[in-house]
Design a protein around this ligand. Structure first.
Ligand code: HEM
Ligand code: HEM
Length: 219
């Protein structure tokens, strides 16, 4: 049997990962844009809780999803992560991760921080609604949201800078799901059905929260 080693476009991110990512971008941006207006309060809750629901989905997908979506694939210990970051800054890293098409350890670190931060924003938001610890909780919510925004800005800059350094458009890859690699590096399939169900579930959740139908979390 001949094994092809020539580079071609191979599927790396399944549809659920891509849908998760771009719906999270919409939810996070939506929550920011509606944060200060009382008239848009329900929309703020809907975007905020939907962001948390997406994160919960991603945690499950990190266990049962395709190859590069799995936590075991990209979460490395602190030593490996630090080593990788040091190599990046000293320019000694072989920036083309031909043997690894998934997240690099620095990207994984940003991802884990965002997962934790968005969940904390959601929990503190819920506690504001339930009137726990008054102003303290509002301050905590706003501070954590600001930290998350800082991480997002670094994350977006890193994605653009890494795209130039690796000579591979990582943002486009998060849209098409494809990167340059060998056929053996491809994932088993796009899992389109799961991605479509995720979109429908997000739309449904936005609608029920916005309409106030889940009163226990909005009042
Ligand atoms: C990614 C999600 C979220 C982000 C980025 C976010 C961001 C923010 C920010 C920046 C503020 C401060 C606005 C100001 O300047 O006064 C705020 C306020 C608030 N958020 Fe969120 N939020 C999110 C999710 C949630 C969730 C899930 C809830 C739950 C119900 C929530 C409830 C509130 C409430 C009640 C306030 C008003 C706080 C007050 O002024 O006392 N947020 N949010
Ligand atoms: C327009 C703004 C954004 C762009 C261009 C962008 C771009 C990207 C890219 C290129 C990746 C893949 C990185 C890699 O190849 O290792 C990625 C992953 C990720 N991004 Fe973003 N991002 C944006 C906004 C956000 C926001 C607002 C959040 C969260 C609040 C976020 C959270 C994540 C997460 C959690 C991952 C990991 C994806 C996964 O494996 O499921 N991103 N992003």
């Amino acid at each position: 049997m001949r094994v092809t080693t020539q580079k071609q476009w191979v599927l790396v991110w399944d549809l659920p990962v891509r849908v998760f990512h771009w719906l999270l971008v919409i939810s996070f941006a939506g929550a920011w844009l509606t944060a200060e207006s009382e008239a848009q309060q329900m929309l703020h809750y809907a975007f905020g809780y939907s962001a948390c629901a997406l994160i919960l989905f991603r945690i499950v997908w990190g266990v049962i999803g395709t190859r590069y979506a799995r936590f075991t694939h990209f979460i490395k210990g602190p030593t490996d992560t630090w080593h990788h970051i040091k190599l990046l800054f000293t320019g000694k890293s072989s920036l083309r991760f031909s043997s690894n098409l998934g997240h690099n350890p620095a990207g994984a670190l940003a991802m884990i921080s965002l997962i934790v931060l968005v969940l904390l924003i959601g929990i503190t938001g819920y506690w504001i609604v339930k009137d726990y610890y008054g102003d303290f909780m509002s301050d905590a919510h706003e501070t954590i949201a600001n930290i998350a925004l800082g991480v997002v800005i670094i994350h977006v800059l890193a994605a653009v800078i890494m795209s130039y350094m690796q000579k591979e458009n990582l943002v486009k890859a998060m849209v098409t799901g494809k990167k340059q690699g060998t056929p053996s590096q491809a994932i088993r399939g796009p899992l389109n059905l799961v991605g479509i169900v995720l979109v429908l579930a997000w739309v449904y959740l936005m609608f029920v929260i916005y309409s106030g139908a889940i009163a226990s979390i909005t009042q």
